[in-house]
Design a protein around this ligand. Structure first.
Ligand code: PLP
Length: 389
């Protein structure tokens, strides 16, 4: 029975499965390949900059929409990396992680009855974001091996009630990278139906095999209706710093800044100073980041294929949505539970990324943002899988 003091909105929420798996991982001393957080150090230059800022007494609230120097560094980075001309004075909001960025964006845009298009599978926060913002999510499937939209299915989802589409590119959990050719039809639908395109580009620098990141906002006619969400978590291996970004035209940004001010006031001031150093790192840093992740991907894909999982190598981000059918598994939650308890590796059951849970039963998601030693330890344990499961 629902506790009478809890709102009906809150009552729709359950524990995050991903964080729940991290708790199980601790309990069973398992290698944690569930939650997407690196176990290797952040760049020394960023840590030094953060310590320096604290020692210099950058201890009070920054400007609510982001410290001046950080916004200018973000704009420079968006210029060369995303091909966007962004005015740091009017088109950037710095938030507490991209998690707050997405929520602020949706709260700012949604009226009761508005629909938001989400891919299915989707990053697990988007559904709660829609609930909190009062949006009705409308799911459009993406399917393996490429995990891209069927153009007709996507077009059929747009209607007079559609307010926004949320697209994660590069994609968590599928590893798909949406190319310019993939994005053009989405942009065309947004223009046709007067819809806002919200892209979660938190993995913007983690692409493999020479793929290039394309920001939906950089396509023709999208400046007025594109919102680019991102942040420091993944690019600089600082998921705990909680610095996120929203890039959008001045009219939208004005509203985002107002809502953000009331939600969190601002991201941690000394870490914003370090962020200004981060966004100005030379391009070689980003090249290394991508090639290091590609090496991790190759190392770990090989192991999973050898063990018997079914999937195509991801094109970007740092996850593998692996088919568990070859192990005779029919229930993803049961499989993930056995994996963490008996094999000692924590993953996320595929159904966590689906509204229609049945569609996710055949998968479990691994993340590979880990040191070689961690991936090797997981590999050693996984090799026992055939025997036990
Ligand atoms: C697609 C996606 N968006 C957002 C986030 C959260 O990012 P942040 O740490 O900036 O809140 C994650 C974290 O795993 C993610 O995978």
């Amino acid at each position: 029975m629902q506790y009478p003091l809890i709102s009906t909105k809150a009552a729709r929420f359950t524990e995050s499965v991903i964080r729940g798996m991290s708790i199980e991982a601790k309990k069973y001393d398992a290698v944690n390949l569930a939650q997407g957080m690196p176990d290797f150090p952040a760049p020394q230059i960023l840590k030094d900059a953060a310590c320096r800022a604290i020692q210099d007494d950058v201890n009070q609230y920054a400007v609510t929409w982001g410290a001046h120097d950080l916004r200018h560094a973000i704009a420079d980075h968006a210029g060369w990396h995303l091909g966007l001309t962004v005015d740091p004075e009017t088109e950037i909001t710095v938030t507490c992680g991209s998690t707050e960025a997405m929520l602020v964006t949706l709260i700012s845009l949604i009226n009761p009855g508005d629909e938001v298009i989400l891919s299915q599978p989707f990053y697990e926060n988007y559904w709660p974001d829609c609930v909190l913002a009062g949006a009705t999510p409308r799911f459009v499937p993406v399917r393996p091996p490429h995990w891209k939209f069927d153009p007709d299915e996507l077009a059929a989802a747009f209607n007079d009630r559609t307010k926004a589409i949320v697209l994660c590119n590069p994609n968590n959990p599928t590893g798909a990278v949406f190319t310019r050719e993939d994005l053009e039809p989405i942009a065309a639908l947004c223009r046709k139906w007067d819809v806002v395109a919200i892209t979660d580009e938190i993995y913007e620098h983690i692409l493999f095999d020479g793929r290039e990141h394309v920001a939906l906002a950089s396509l023709d006619g999208m400046h007025e209706r594109a919102v680019t969400v991102g942040g420091m978590s993944k690019t600089y291996s600082v998921t705990g710093w909680r610095v996120g970004t929203i890039l959008a035209n001045p009219t939208l940004t004005k509203t985002f800044r107002q809502i953000h001010d009331f939600v969190s006031i601002g991201a941690a001031a000394p870490l914003q100073e370090a962020g200004a150093v981060a966004y100005r790192l030379p391009r070689a840093y980003y090249d290394h980041l991508a090639s290091d992740y590609q090496a991790r991907r190759d190392r770990f894909c090989k192991v999973l294929w050898e063990v018997g999982f079914e999937f195509d190598a991801p094109e970007g981000a740092y996850y593998i949505m692996a088919g568990i059918g070859p192990f005779g598994a029919v229930d993803d939650v049961e499989f993930a539970r056995r994996l963490v308890r008996e094999i000692g590796v924590a993953t996320v059951p595929g159904s966590s990324f689906f509204q229609d849970k049945e569609l996710g039963r055949a998968y479990t998601r691994f993340c590979f943002c880990k040191r070689d030693a961690t991936l090797d330890a997981a590999a050693e344990r996984l090799r026992a899988l055939r025997v036990i499961v």
